[in-house]
Design a protein around this ligand. Structure first.
Ligand code: GLN
Length: 484
């Protein structure tokens, strides 16, 4: 009897287990069919993950290359903010995370971890002339951490009486420490050692604060991929390959892009100019397409509004447009950007540039719609009445009399909208689009010098805004003259 029940139970769950296995197998098959696998990392963590000559290299990419090889695949690497890695993995934008990622119980609720390939600990990093010499001295101090790392959770959960400053990149925290904005940085020991080697004005405080294991992260339940990864890690541990890779990075060669020099000559390196140039191109591209989308949406929305005002049955359009403008104008553009990239477009488009253009276009459309409405409302009511008493139809009245006058009122505010859109594009760095602002920040994080790159970026924005204002004024004048 009992046996019967057990057999029936297993027969019932068998199809589900089979389905689950097939789905997981599909996951690895879909990776295999692409011919490559994508590793996600935050390339601000030498010697595990860092940029050299524009390429991401380090211990993690060396290990990952071997994993990809074991599956007969090529390895692609994506640089992502550390705190966005798990979301990107869950959204399917990367196949696994290799970022000196510590296995924690909290993270294990969202992703699966491989076996450990390295052990680490948190340490305190201070300026060489700092009076801090042990953990007890940090009371009341400003402590910098990288957002979402174990340094962040250690400081948040285990330390009291400190002011925590959270930075997107570890290198931003180090730049803040170097320039005296904060007193201490808490970060992983091995990476901190490398930073100290390159920055003679920084030193490490003795004593490990935590005990951590670096593991590779995969999507939850992706057991087949996990098995391949674990097999490769185990093989590399046994044949001494991991040890060899680690020791090959013990002394960062001089030309690694981490130095504390802040000379203009350093900033004028061809590579940095390239970052700025590429960033500028992206900023202009996003501004251009988002402006087009914004004007199209804004015109469409305001036309719906006009139509619904003249026809009682179409009131619903007016309500929809009001809802659109209220939502867009009542929420921060960064939140809209996150929602569009991580929720609306997830599974449709993985391109952050598409998300950036869409968000800024939709955002701008709401303002354009309001500018058009204000432009029309500014026209003397008598004109409507005069037109009607002359027997003009609603369409002729709008197209011949109202719209041409409204355009004159609207143009200056549309120009203002395009200019603020250009500046708002700076938000796109939050989803990893390397625009002009992020390019400036990137150079800062490499040179640890915030002054020159950020001023250079500000000057470029200023030139763009002044140039755009000049061009738009000219267009405005021409259109006014033409309509007079
Ligand atoms: N090991 C730390 C963590 O997992 C930091 C890793 C990193 O900065 N790349 O949170």
């Amino acid at each position: 009897m009992i046996n019967n029940k057990i057999v029936r139970f297993f027969l019932c769950i068998f199809p589900f287990c089979f389905l689950a296995l097939v789905c997981k197998a599909e996951d690895i098959n879909s990776i295999k069919s692409k011919g490559y696998m994508t590793m996600g990392t935050s390339a601000d963590f030498p010697p595990f993950d860092f940029f050299k000559e524009g390429k991401i290299i380090g211990i993690d990419s060396d290990i990952s290359k071997r994993i990809a090889e074991s599956l007969g695949l090529e390895l692609k690497i994506k640089d992502i903010s550390f705190n966005a890695l798990i979301t990107e993995l869950k959204n399917g934008n990367i196949d696994f995370i290799a970022a000196g990622l510590t296995k924690t119980a909290e993270r294990a609720e969202s992703i699966d971890f491989s076996d450990s390939y390295f052990t680490a600990s948190q340490r305190l990093l201070v300026k060489s002339d700092s009076l801090v010499s042990r953990l007890e001295d940090i009371d009341g101090k400003k402590v910098g951490v990288q957002l979402g790392t174990t340094a962040d959770s250690y400081c948040t959960d285990d330390l009291e009486n400190i002011e925590i400053m959270r930075y997107d990149k570890a290198t931003d925290a180090i730049a803040a420490l170097s320039s005296g904005i904060i007193d201490i940085v808490v970060m992983d020991d091995f990476s901190a050692n490398q930073v100290v080697k390159k920055n003679k004005n920084l030193r490490l405080i003795d004593g490990n604060l935590t005990e951590e294991s670096y593991c590779i992260g995969v999507r939850k339940g992706n057991l087949i991929l996990l098995r391949f990864i674990n097999e490769t890690i185990s093989e590399m541990k046994h044949n001494g390959e991991i040890e060899r890779i680690v020791s090959s990075y013990m002394n960062i060669p001089e030309d690694v892009e981490n130095s504390n020099t802040s000379k203009a000559s350093e900033f004028l390196k061809r590579e940095y100019i390239q970052y700025i140039f590429n960033g500028l191109t992206v900023t202009l591209e996003v501004t251009f397409f988002a402006t087009l989308l914004g004007v199209a949406l804004g015109t469409f929305a305001s036309s719906l509004r006009i139509i619904s005002e003249t026809n009682k049955h179409l009131k619903i359009f007016d309500m929809l447009v009001s809802l659109y403008t209220t939502i867009v104008r009542g929420t921060p553009v960064i939140v809209q950007l996150f929602i569009i990239y991580y929720v609306v477009l997830s599974g449709i488009s993985k391109s952050p540039i598409v998300a950036a253009i869409m968000t800024l276009g939709i955002n701008s459309g709401a303002y354009v719609c309001e500018h058009i409405r204000a432009g029309i409302e500014a026209i003397d009511k008598g004109q409507f009445e005069a037109g009607k008493s002359l027997g003009l139809s609603e369409g002729t009245l709008m197209s011949r009399i109202i719209i041409p006058q409204a355009i004159k009122n609207i143009l200056p505010s549309l120009a203002g909208e395009a200019i603020s859109l250009l500046k708002e594009t700076a938000a796109v760095g939050f989803i990893g689009v390397m625009d002009l602002s992020l390019a400036g920040k990137k150079i800062t994080s490499i040179t640890f010098d915030p002054v020159l790159p950020l001023f250079a970026v500000a000057v470029i924005y200023l030139v763009l805004v002044v140039g755009l204002t000049f061009i738009l004024r000219k267009i405005e004048r021409k259109m006014k003259n033409a309509s007079n």
